[in-house]
Design a protein around this ligand. Structure first.
Ligand code: GDP
Length: 308
């Protein structure tokens, strides 16, 4: 890794697409710090949806459906169904292989940081995808009269209805890893990707040590708004922002990161904060690269301001 990496905090889709654009701009200087509070142990596998999504995007292996490995088959899931297993969490065969091998490594005492690194290396990546912590942290959602583990909430809960509470179980016992602290302390820019501020970035910032490391980092901290054209591109971001008391707008996102940001990138005005207004939809390689380029230039300009 270089002297001064570009660090992106990321959940799944939004953060991953920005990371892919940034890979074109800074190559192996990219470090992604990914949310692991959505991780799930199932079918004997340890599945890390957000880090894996980022990794598959970076390696150009993401499937068209928006998750999983390109062209994966689902024979094991079919086999499980035939055995009467309730297959509520769908996982491709090769994806399952990744999760089974990861479970083996973790059971043998490997840190999650190293288990994830073995995947990026196997897929030929020089850029790094770090978990936010090595310890288990799990998002739980209180809605519809019960507490849902995050994946079950996303897949099985009714899509409407208010969210009563969100908690990150285990986060008090987690610690920022040496790798994450090192990358943040040397970063030329720290970018909070356009991911769900509450359930994708929220757990990362809740890991003891990370918020402090962001606040004291010499590099500028810039967020990219996940709201495009006044709308959420995908997923339940609006519901979770509403629970946290923020509106689904770039201003609401800035509020959610209260005090952490040196600037924000969005397609709408954001009062009270240095802002770059640009189209942030990343639906093609060119737009992903352009947004990454502009974010980095904006962060660079902020870094030279004397009033930071
Ligand atoms: P998930 O785990 O896949 O839901 O991942 P994230 O939390 O990373 O992503 C969800 C957020 O990404 C949603 O709020 C989307 O609006 C946002 N998003 C998806 N694609 C884009 C894009 O091309 N540009 C921007 N700015 N945001 C996006």
């Amino acid at each position: 890794m270089s002297e001064s990496p570009v660090v992106i905090l990321a959940g799944g889709t939004g953060g991953a697409k920005l990371a892919r654009g940034m890979l074109d701009v800074v190559g192996d200087d990219l470090v992604v710090v990914a949310n692991t509070a959505d991780d799930v142990e199932i079918y004997g596998a340890y599945v890390s949806p957000d880090p894996d999504l980022c990794t598959f995007w970076l390696a150009d292996r993401i499937d068209e459906r928006g998750w999983g490995l390109d062209g994966d088959t689902f024979n094991v899931m079919d086999g499980l169904r035939e055995l009467g297993v309730d297959v509520w969490f769908n996982l491709g065969d090769r994806d399952l292989a990744i999760g089974v091998e990861r479970a083996r490594r973790l059971a043998a005492g490997e840190r999650l940081t190293d288990a994830l690194a073995s995947l990026t290396t196997a897929l030929g990546l020089g850029a790094r995808v770090l978990p936010m912590a090595d310890e288990p942290v799990r998002t739980e959602v209180d809605a519809e009269g019960r507490i849902w583990p995050f994946q079950e909430f996303m897949i099985r809960a009714p899509a409407a209805g208010p969210i009563e509470d969100v908690r990150f179980a285990g986060v008090g016992e987690a610690r920022a890893t040496p790798e994450v602290l090192d990358a943040l302390s040397r970063a030329r820019a720290i970018v909070i990707g356009p991911s769900n501020p509450v359930i994708s970035i929220g757990p990362i910032l809740a890991v003891p040590g990370i918020r402090e490391a962001l606040a004291s980092a010499p590099g500028p901290v810039v967020a990219v708004s996940p709201i495009v054209g006044g709308q959420v591109v995908k997923g339940p971001t609006e519901r979770f922002l509403a629970w946290a008391g923020h509106e689904a707008s770039a201003a609401g996102v800035a509020e959610a990161y209260d005090g952490l940001l040196d600037g924000i990138v969005a397609d709408e005005p954001v009062p009270g904060l240095p802002a770059l207004r640009t189209d942030t939809l990343m639906d093609a390689p060119e737009s992903r690269r352009r947004v990454a380029d502009e974010v980095l230039a904006f962060a660079g300009a902020l870094a030279t301001r004397s009033d930071r």
